[in-house]
Design a protein. Structure first.
Length: 81
């Protein structure tokens, strides 16, 4: 019984850490996209629309990957509860 409780605790801990790391990674990724887009627009103002569009698409991809990671961690959590 004790081994089962340890496995459940480790599974829940892993799910929590996984969600946290996914969100931190998304924050860093979107921050880097924003920084790059801002620097690009400052260097070439005439390309601001194109750069902004590309940055929004890239940010959406980062958010999609993050959402997928969080869903996986919730599925892991449900397996152990």
């Amino acid at each position: 019984m004790l081994l089962l409780q340890d496995a459940m605790a480790n599974g829940l801990l892993g799910a929590g850490l996984g969600a946290g790391v996914a969100v931190i990674g998304a924050g860093i990724g979107i921050g880097l996209i924003g920084r790059g887009a801002t620097e690009g627009m400052a260097r070439q103002p005439e390309m601001a629309g194109t750069i902004q569009t590309a940055a929004l698409i890239l940010a959406a991809f980062v958010e999609g990957a993050t959402l997928f990671a969080i869903v996986v961690t919730f599925l892991i959590q449900q397996k152990f509860t």
